[in-house]
Design a protein around this ligand. Structure first.
Ligand code: NAI
Length: 480
């Protein structure tokens, strides 16, 4: 029986391994982690992450051919194929600080593999890593090999949170990079055989190691660039009276462009886009490609601009101050159908409003009070470390409270900001909300999900990103 071990039981390791276990009953899959609380949660009824369909998959395989354990060494030493899916945060100190990937966790995983292995292994990079990481890992393993042979593969994960299970069941492609040697090709085939249990052969792409590593960074950079492109257009639409939804629709009908990922919003978030672009920028700079680095940097700058533009709109339309005013925040996760708040634009928007001394009442169907407090008091990039190594935050942000539902959040508020596109925010009773708010009552829709016309008829002053401004907002232009 083939044995797989995955180091790192996070958003990637957990769901990917659960699906491999489900689709390959003849393979034994162990997911290991140094975080005891994470592993306990994977073994309980309350999984540590929320993903539609994940519960069912885990329930079907857990205890049969899917195991979650903190006994890292045991499972690594027994495995034929080891996936490494640990954190790769952005460095906050030293060489490349603020851009380069911190490979501390990766390196310690590689050293541990070298320490405990007694038989030949295939080691698979599942984490997103800078180009040529495989070479570094290979060096660590081969210099400590005690005669054991290692093959390194790059198998970056393209799942999107919120649709992870769907994406894993029907991936657009599976990418496997390996060495162009007989040993490397044999390892590629072994991993291809795992995926071939459910993925059609023509969707499994095999490349060299560097192409696979770079393709992952490139794919995320392209996706983020599309969002920044439409967000840049949204600012121009507001200035000229065009409607960004109409523009996106017209542009997206061109089959060379396509309709996906063209929604204007308050900005992109999530654990990957910014980090991967920073990584790409750093690699370009290291290779002397300043112009290329600057090109990609701009994607992040536009994203930051979009968030501060939103905050400026809120403050300027409410008579240039939100000091002491209650603002309801609907949605904190970085997108709908996930509880993940890593790099969510809500953090920057909330911090911006708190900077102007607003009182925030936040509601998100999947994010806890603890998480919100932690996110608002943590330093940039600290989130991307294993939970038990993250700095504790003894200070709670006093101007922040967390509400049970949207109606409670909105009660007595002066303004309401929609920061995540949860479906339930589309169908709220906005008349009821209007009745309970201070007047004039403002709605700032950062996801373009409300019916602007209907809300204006109720009496709200509405700002919707990239849509024609109503006269109130025109009279109170946002300062840059
Ligand atoms: P995560 O933070 O949810 O999980 C990483 C896990 O690794 C943590 O539970 C941590 O305790 C564990 N860990 C760290 N060092 C360890 C060690 N030495 N031994 C055992 N366990 C260790 O991170 P996530 O989101 O799963 O991401 C993992 C990697 O996959 C990152 O490189 C990320 O960029 C990449 N990725 C993430 C995607 C996403 O949607 N979240 C999508 C595609 C790639």
């Amino acid at each position: 029986m083939v044995k797989i071990c995955c180091i790192g039981a996070g958003y990637v390791g957990g769901p990917t391994m659960a699906v491999i276990a489900l689709k390959c009953p003849s393979i034994e899959v162990a997911v290991v982690d140094i975080s005891v609380s994470r592993i306990n949660a994977w073994n309980s009824d309350e999984l540590p992450i929320y993903e539609p369909g994940l519960d069912e998959v885990v329930k079907q395989c857990r205890g049969k051919n899917l195991f979650f354990s903190t006994n890292v060494e045991k499972h690594v030493s027994e495995a034929d194929i080891i996936f490494v899916s640990v954190n790769t945060p952005t460095k906050t100190r030293g060489l490349g600080a603020g851009k380069a990937a911190d490979l501390t966790y990766w390196e310690s995983a590689a050293r541990m593999i070298a320490d405990v292995s007694k038989s030949d292994k295939i080691v698979v990079e599942k984490s997103t890593v800078p180009v040529k990481t495989a070479e570094a890992i290979e060096k660590i393993l081969s210099h400590n090999s005690k005669g054991i042979k290692y093959q390194i593969l790059s198998n970056p994960e393209f799942l999107a949170e919120g649709t992870a299970i769907e994406d894993l069941f029907k991936p657009d492609r599976v990418l496997i990079g390996g060495r162009d040697t007989p040993g490397g090709q044999k390892a590629i085939h072994a991993l291809r055989d795992v995926y071939a249990h459910w993925v059609p052969q023509d969707r499994i792409i095999c490349t060299n190691l560097w192409s696979a590593e770079l393709s992952k960074l490139a794919a995320n950079a392209f996706l983020a660039q599309r969002i920044s492109s439409v967000n840049a257009m949204s600012a121009l639409c507001e200035a000229t009276g065009a409607n960004v939804t109409q523009v996106s629709h017209a542009v997206g009908r061109d089959t060379r462009i396509g309709p996906k990922f063209l929604n204007a919003s308050v900005g992109f978030g999530g654990s990957c886009f910014q980090k991967d672009i920073l990584n790409l920028v750093y690699i370009c700079e290291c290779n002397g490609l300043t112009e290329v680095a600057n090109y990609w940097k701009q994607v992040i700058k536009v994203n930051d601009y979009q968030k501060s533009r939103f905050v400026n709109r809120v403050v300027s339309s409410m008579f240039n101050t939100v000091s002491g005013k209650k603002i309801a925040i609907l949605g904190f996760a970085f997108k709908k159908d996930t509880g993940d708040t890593r790099e969510t634009p809500a953090i920057d928007v909330c911090k911006g409003l708190l900077g102007d001394k607003a009182n925030l009442s936040i509601y998100d169907p999947q994010v806890t009070m603890d998480q919100i407090q932690k996110d608002l008091s943590m330093n940039k990039f600290d989130w991307d470390h294993p939970i038990h190594l993250q700095p504790m935050s003894p200070t709670t942000v006093k101007q922040v409270s967390v509400a049970w539902d949207a109606y409670e959040a909105a009660k007595d508020a002066h303004g309401l900001c929609i920061l995540t596109e949860w479906d339930e925010f589309r169908t709220l009773d906005y008349q009821k909300i209007f009745n309970s708010m201070q007047k004039p009552a403002f709605v700032f829709d950062g996801r373009n999900i409300v019916d602007v016309q209907k809300l204006r008829e109720i009496g709200f002053i509405v700002y919707s990103i990239g849509k024609p401004l109503d006269s109130w907002l025109k009279d109170m232009p946002a300062m840059a």
